[in-house]
Design a protein around this ligand. Structure first.
Ligand SMILES: *Cc1c(COP(=O)(O)O)cnc(C)c1O
Length: 403
C-alpha cells in the first residue's frame, strides 16, 4: 500500500480509482510513482486529444501564463476573439461561448434553446433527449441525460425533458409536439457504450427538426474536435445542428468547453449566461493550440487512417476471442464483450500496463490520443489480448470450481 493511502480517505468518494498514483505523461504513455509505464487508451475519458503533455499545448500554456493568466470574464483578450473566430469559421457556426466543462456547455445549450423557445416558439421549453444519453453531471445536464443510474439521484430533477429510444425515428417523431423546443442528441452515445447514430436516423432527425420547427442540438463533447475523424461528427452524417456543444478534446487536457450556435439560435443576450472562468485566457490558449493542430493539412485524414488500423486490429482480436462486433467512428471505439465483464478486463489490462475504460458492464471503450502511432496500437492489442486471456482463464477456473 502507498504511504498516502490514508490520505485518500480525505477525498469524498466519487469515481473508483485504482491505487496507482500517476506522476508523468508523454504522448500515449503514463508513468506511476513506482516508475511503471502504462499505455493510455483512455486519455482521461478522451480529453487529452493530442496525448499527454503535447509540446504545442505546453508551449502555448507557458507563453500565456507568462503574459496573462486571465484578465477576467468581463474583458476581451486576444485568445477569446481568436478562438471564437477560428472555431466558428472551421465549423460553419455564427457564435461561440466558452465554458469550463462539457456539462456546462450542455447547460448553456439548454438555456439557449429555452431562450429561443421564448422568442420563436411561444414559450415552448421541452427538450427531447435519448434514453441512455449522457450530457454531464450538473443538475440540468443530469436531468437531460437518459443514463438509468441518474434516475433516482438528487430528485427532483429539472422538468422539461422527454426521453425516447435512440436510433428510433418513429419514437422521436411522436415525441415532438407544440411544447417541444429542441431535440438534443449525441452523434455517438459514448457513455452508453459507444453507440453511433445510424446515418438514416441522424439525417431523419435533422429533417424532422426542420419540418416541425424545432432546434437540433448535437452534444459533440465526446465526438467533436477530430475524435471521429472529422472536426465534428455531424460532418460524417452530412447533418447540421443549430447548436453544438464541445468539451473534452477541445482543451487538450485542460478544462475548456464551448457552445456553438448557428442562424437564429444565436439569441443569447448580455447578462443571460456568465461565469467567472468562462473564456479563461489560459484555457483558451490551449484550445487555440489544439484547434490549430487538428486543422493542419492531413491531420484528420491521419486520424481516419489510425482509426482504421485500430478497428482492424480490434476486430481481428475480437473475432479470435469470440467478442464484438466493434462499434464507433475514427478513434472512438467500443468493443462489446460477450460473457466477460468489461471492468474485470479493464482491471486485468491495468496489470498488463494498459489503460482502457469500461463505460458499461460489457463494453470496453478506446479513446487514444489522436496522435497515437501504429506501434502504440499494435502494443495495445498485445496487452489487451493478454488481459482478455487472464480474465477468460479466471472465469473458466471459477466455472470448474463451482461445477
Ligand atoms: C463527457 C461528456 C459530457 C460532460 O462533460 P464534462 O466535462 O464531464 O462535464 C457531456 N456530454 C457528453 C457527450 C460527454 O461525453
Amino acid at each position: 500500500m502507498r504511504d498516502d493511502s490514508l490520505a485518500s480517505l480525505r477525498l469524498m468518494p466519487s469515481v473508483a480509482r485504482p491505487e496507482q498514483v500517476f506522476v508523468r505523461g508523454q504522448g500515449s504513455w503514463l508513468w506511476d510513482s513506482e516508475g511503471r509505464a502504462y499505455l493510455d487508451f483512455t486519455q482521461g475519458w478522451a480529453v487529452n486529444s493530442l496525448g499527454h503533455s503535447p509540446r504545442v499545448v505546453v508551449e502555448a500554456l507557458q507563453r500565456q501564463a507568462e503574459r496573462l493568466l486571465n484578465p477576467g470574464a468581463a474583458y476581451y483578450h486576444p485568445g477569446l476573439l481568436k478562438l471564437a473566430g477560428r472555431l466558428c469559421e472551421a465549423t460553419g457556426s455564427d457564435q461561440a461561448y466558452f465554458v469550463s466543462s462539457g456539462a456546462e456547455a450542455c447547460e448553456g445549450a439548454i438555456k439557449l434553446a429555452r431562450k429561443w423557445g421564448q422568442r420563436h416558439r411561444e414559450g415552448a421549453f421541452t427538450i427531447v433527449t435519448a434514453r441512455h444519453s449522457f450530457h454531464g453531471r450538473t443538475l440540468g445536464a443530469m436531468s437531460a441525460s437518459g443514463k438509468p443510474a441518474f434516475q433516482q439521484l438528487f430528485e427532483p430533477k429539472l422538468p422539461g425533458f422527454e426521453k425516447v429510444p435512440y436510433n428510433d425515428l418513429e419514437a422521436l417523431a411522436q415525441a415532438i409536439d407544440a411544447h417541444t423546443v429542441a431535440v438534443m442528441l449525441e452523434p455517438v452515445q459514448g457513455e452508453a457504450g459507444v453507440i453511433p447514430a445510424t446515418l438514416d436516423y441522424l439525417q431523419g432527425v435533422e429533417r424532422l427538426c426542420r419540418s416541425r420547427g424545432v432546434l437540433l442540438i448535437l452534444d459533440e463533447v465526446q465526438t467533436g474536435i477530430g475524435r471521429c475523424g472529422a472536426l465534428l461528427a455531424e460532418e460524417l452524417y452530412g447533418v447540421r445542428a443549430d447548436i453544438v456543444t464541445l468539451g473534452k478534446g477541445l482543451g487538450g487536457g485542460v478544462p475548456l468547453a464551448a457552445v456553438l450556435a448557428r442562424g437564429n439560435a444565436c439569441c443569447q443576450e448580455p447578462g443571460e449566461q456568465g461565469g467567472t472562468h468562462h473564456g479563461n485566457a489560459l484555457m483558451l490558449a490551449a484550445g487555440l493550440a489544439v484547434l490549430k493542430t487538428v486543422l493542419e493539412p492531413g491531420f484528420l485524414e491521419q486520424v481516419r487512417e489510425l482509426g482504421e488500423h485500430l478497428r482492424d486490429g480490434l476486430a481481428l482480436l475480437a473475432r479470435r476471442h469470440g467478442q464484438g462486433p466493434l462499434r464507433g467512428h475514427g478513434l472512438l471505439c467500443g468493443l462489446p464483450l460477450q460473457r466477460l465483464s468489461a471492468p474485470a478486463v479493464a482491471r486485468a489490462a491495468l496489470e498488463e500496463g494498459l489503460l482502457v475504460n469500461a463505460p458499461q458492464p460489457h463494453v470496453l471503450r478506446f479513446s487514444p490520443a489522436l496522435t497515437v502511432s501504429h506501434a502504440n496500437i499494435d502494443e495495445m492489442l498485445r496487452r489487451l489480448e493478454r488481459a482478455l486471456l487472464r480474465v477468460s482463464l479466471t472465469r473458466q477456473r471459477e466455472a470448474l470450481a463451482s461445477a
